[in-house]
Design a binder for this molecule. Structure first.
Ligand SMILES: C[S@@+](CC[C@H](N)C(=O)[O-])C[C@H]1O[C@@H](n2cnc3c(N)ncnc32)[C@H](O)[C@@H]1O
Length: 239
């Protein structure tokens, strides 16, 4: 299933909290099970079984086009094939496969769900992509292990992290810090989100980053109001 044109989805991509007290531009989303490791571990356990049974990689979060649009941007931006690329919260590793198919050869994926890591490794092996490293790691607690990347890609992971029921605010801060540490000076960050608007993301990734461009995504019309189901933005790390 694709979330590409969904205006409302079963995955938490809707505004769930109208009651939160400190509603500023960055607290529009209430906590959700999507913010928990248990949820993802359970989801990828199931997807791993399905992959082993039928070779199906499972859900392509936000649809195939969400990968193509980032790949097209990378092509236009002339990101060299030797660039060190990190996929944050790689899930089933499908983006790593697409990056490898485009010729990128210095690829790393991280995810805190062991089942996701096992699934990604299986998916990569099935494609004969044996030199891609997938690490089991909590991005919010990576102890300086992730650094020196030319490009960091996030598709749905910052969204999930923002829904952490324990401490969303702190998690978002830790995310921004980990991202800053992971990227080289002038390295790029490509984020695809369904929880946050362009303005909210610009606000969140302001210090230490420069906005580069917005990638066009499908828009919908609802009650005379126009909106986008997903937002895809490119930032540049500036030290
Ligand atoms: C919405 S899924 C997206 C997966 C993948 N990027 C995709 O596009 O299919 C969010 C992913 O983030 C991972 N994740 C969430 N919090 C994380 C954290 N703190 N560290 C590492 N991975 C995390 C989850 O395990 C899950 O694989």
């Amino acid at each position: 299933p694709s979330m590409e044109v969904a205006t409302e989805s079963p995955h938490g991509c809707e505004n769930t909290s109208d009651t939160e007290e400190d509603r500023d531009s960055d607290t529009d989303f209430g906590p959700s099970k999507l913010g928990t490791k248990e949820y993802w571990e359970d989801a990828y356990q199931k997807e791993l079984e399905t992959f082993k049974d039928m070779g199906d990689v499972g859900e392509i979060w936000f649809g195939e086009e969400s990968m193509s649009r980032v790949l097209r941007w990378m092509d236009r931006a002339e990101i060299p094939e030797s660039a060190a690329i990190l996929d944050i919260g790689t899930g089933n590793g499908a983006f790593l496969v697409e990056l490898a198919k485009e010729g990128y050869r210095n690829l790393t994926g991280v995810d805190y769900s062991p089942a996701s890591v096992e699934l990604s490794r299986n998916v990569l092996q099935a494609e004969d992509l044996t030199d891609i490293s997938v690490k089991e790691m909590d991005f919010l607690n990576c102890q300086g292990e992730l650094k020196g990347f030319d490009v960091c890609i996030d598709k749905g992971t910052f969204d999930a992290i923002s829904l952490n029921p324990d401490n969303a605010k702190e998690s978002k801060k830790l995310y921004v810090q980990a991202l800053k540490d992971a990227l080289k000076d002038k390295g790029f960050f490509a984020i695809t989100s369904c929880n946050w608007t362009k303005e909210q993301l610009l606000d969140r990734f302001s210090e230490g980053f420069e906005f580069v461009q917005e990638l066009p995504t499908p828009s919908f019309q609802f009650g005379g109001k126009k909106g986008n189901s997903v937002t895809a933005l490119i930032f540049k790390r500036v030290l």
